[in-house]
Write a protein that binds this ligand. Structure first.
Ligand code: FAD
Length: 478
């Protein structure tokens, strides 16, 4: 410990980034404190990944029961959903996961936990609840909050965000979901499945605009078939409340107005970095519109302060917060600096079926490499496991350079979020797609989909071989 300071490192924020960085720093033998303003576990545990995935599971279970007749099982005609239990289930799961996110768990690793609102005095000192604490290094990992768009009347009505969605005691009869991104669509599908009349309002021309267009369009069709209402190219312009109903005025691309009504509205249009209230300017930490400014080593504009997670971006996922946290801690303490790389970023939208995303989409790859790409596709209808499971609705797509180097991989279908990791291993370890064709896969499994695309790539590789080309030419001449 540097004698000058109380701690080697103080970490601000006890979410995904804060847990990983504090445990790693303590593991390196450093004296560490963590300060949390609200609840340990952060967004992911308390109002993000965990409750949303639990809610999705509840809705999915009900949907599966409804479809049992596909397997020859009769279900009672008047089967009812207990909506109260469905929205209560995520709370039980939060409690289960939060057991691992208690102060005593961190304290067992030697980390001192403080609760309160830290305010920087300078780049080595903060004040919290009247106490002054100093540290050699800091990590700021204070996460993000729902962005509330400046729609006329929004401050006069009661709206939900992910922060209070899971605290509902029961589900309403109808809900408008503002925003067709991952958070909005995951929750909207589940609400609709649980019997809530749900309408998604999206300003862009399609939902899930960051996703590969081909796959997002198939998912959109699936969702509409289930009964979810999706309005694209639709802008929310005015909100009010009448007789306990939310009234939303929207406009289409020609500026024609329509009035939508519902019992409540969920706002899920984006995130904003949590940078307020810490006086970070006192520590010479600079910010921009997106959050804290960091260099490639995750160092802020103050040389002893690093930052990671949603407060930095650009990819706001738990696994990215964890990835960055390791780099931030190592760079804070070690002389050799490691740079972040976003070449192999992946994520999953946990709709049913799941939509998994790695690297470039087909459009992005075409924009960057023109015709010098190859796109391999394999339908779930050609995967025997999907046929036996009645989950044939799905598609895998892998985009490669002409030499077989993987640029992107996208899967829509059952278990897509797990399957994608085979493509991730190939891509991250710089294997060609064709390398997987000789790797033995168990039959019948969903994972085989990547090997099937690998077989196609292998054929291309053989056909590209100069000797094969010469022999082919020679034969044609004969
Ligand atoms: C509905 C929803 C579903 C999601 N699903 C997924 C998913 O399936 N997979 C996935 O990877 N990601 C998902 N995410 C995103 C994921 O939750 C975030 O990317 C992740 O939590 C970011 O971790 P973090 O440590 O940067 O921030 P957080 O987890 O938000 O932690 C930041 C912590 O800092 C605290 N804090 C804030 N200000 C201060 C301050 N001034 N001083 C001290 N502490 C402070 C906060 O209270 C919080 O505990 C989802 C998000 C939402 C909203």
């Amino acid at each position: 410990l540097s004698k000058k300071y109380d701690y080697d490192m103080i970490i601000l924020g006890g979410g995904s980034g804060g847990f990983v960085s504090s445990k790693l720093a303590a593991g390196l033998g450093k004296k560490v404190a963590l300060i949390e303003k609200n609840k340990l576990g952060g967004e992911c545990t308390n109002s993000g990944c965990i409750p949303s995935k639990a809610f999705i599971k509840a809705a999915r279970a009900f949907n599966e029961i409804r479809n049992l007749k596909n397997y020859g099982i009769n279900i009672p005609e008047n089967m009812k959903i207990n909506q109260k239990n469905a929205i209560g289930y995520p709370q039980n799961i939060i409690k289960k996961v939060a057991k691992e996110h208690k102060a005593d768990v961190l304290e067992k690793s030697g980390i001192v936990v403080y609760f309160g609102n830290p305010v920087f005095s300078d780049n080595h000192t903060i004040k919290i609840k009247g106490r002054t604490l100093s540290a050699d290094k800091f990590i700021i990992t204070t996460g993000s909050s729902p962005f509330i768009p400046p729609i006329e009347g929004i401050n006069k009505i009661k709206y939900l965000t992910n922060e209070d969605f899971f605290n509902q005691k029961n589900l309403p009869k109808s809900m408008i979901v503002l925003g067709g991104g991952a958070i909005g669509i995951e929750l909207a599908q589940s609400l609709n499945r649980l019997g809530v009349e749900t309408t998604v309002v999206e300003m862009l021309d399609r939902i899930l605009y960051k996703e590969d267009k081909g796959l997002a369009v198939i998912l959109d069709e699936n969702l509409r078939k289930e009964g979810l209402k999706i309005l694209t190219k639709t802008k929310a312009v005015k909100l009010s409340e009448k007789n306990k109903k939310i009234i939303l005025t929207v406009t289409d691309k020609n500026n024609n107005e329509t009035i939508l009504t519902a019992d409540t509205i969920l706002v899920a249009v984006g995130r904003k970095a949590n940078i307020e209230g810490m006086d970070i300017e006192n520590a010479q930490v600079k910010v921009n519109k997106k959050g804290i400014i960091v260099d490639k080593t995750l160092r802020t504009t103050a040389k002893n302060i690093y930052a990671c997670g949603d407060v930095v971006g650009p990819y706001q996922f738990s696994h990215m917060a964890e990835y960055q946290a390791v780099i931030a801690v190592m760079n804070a303490f070690l002389p050799f600096k490691k740079k972040v790389s976003y070449n192999n970023v992946l994520w999953v939208t946990f709709t049913d079926p799941e939509l998994a995303h790695l690297g470039l989409t087909e459009d992005e790859a075409r924009n960057k490499y023109g015709k010098n790409i190859r796109v391999y596709k394999w339908g779930y209808n050609n995967i025997d496991r999907a046929v036996t499971d009645n989950t044939e609705n799905g598609l895998g797509k892998i985009i490669c350079k002409k030499n077989g180097e993987i640029l992107g991989a996208h899967y829509l279908g059952q278990n897509a979020g797990d399957i994608i990791h085979e493509a991730q291993i190939l891509k991250s370890l710089r294997h060609k797609l064709s390398d997987i064709q000789s790797v033995i896969h168990a039959y019948p499994t969903y994972a085989d989909i990547t090997r099937q695309m690998g077989k196609k790539a292998y054929i291309d590789k053989i056909m590209d071989n100069i000797f094969i080309k010469i022999i082919g030419k020679f034969r044609r001449k004969k």
